[in-house]
Design a protein around this ligand. Structure first.
Ligand SMILES: [Cu+2]
Length: 136
């Protein structure tokens, strides 16, 4: 009984988890020794995680996207040619990786999303499969 109370006290004294930037879906990239900003991204039905990626302008970025989806097709789309990010890449599923490389040229916030849509259903983007590259 004493032991049970002791454990309870420990549980009660444990501070509630605070939400760090990581948990809220923001990732700040740091350049590796070869001066590439590598970012791991997870895609699934219907999300990208992290949802916000912060990178530096003028430094190459390599996005390594793991698509967890087994059946539903997804892609990764950016339409910001003015900032050096203009592509539509199909994502290989089943946990496979797709690598997207670009060099952001201009500070700002640029959306990325999946543009897949099945018949009359809501698009994946509208279901939350979207995010932002913030270039600083
Ligand atoms: Cu999708």
């Amino acid at each position: 009984m004493v032991k049970a109370i002791f454990i309870l006290l420990i549980l009660l004294s444990t501070p509630l988890p605070s939400f760090s930037a990581e948990e809220s879906g923001v990732y700040t990239a740091a350049a590796d020794s070869d001066n590439v900003q590598r970012v791991e991204l997870t895609a699934g039905s219907y999300f990208f995680k992290p949802e916000q990626i912060i990178v530096r302008a003028g430094v190459p970025v390599e996005l390594v996207i793991r698509n967890e989806s087994k059946v539903v097709p997804h892609n990764f789309v950016m339409e910001s040619p003015e900032a050096g990010m203009d592509f539509s890449e199909s994502l290989s599923g089943n946990g496979n990786l797709t690598v997207v490389r670009f060099t952001p040229t201009r500070p700002g916030k640029y959306p990325f999303y999946c543009d897949k849509k099945l018949l009359f259903f809501k698009s994946h983007k509208d279901r939350g499969m979207e995010g932002v590259v913030e270039v600083r």
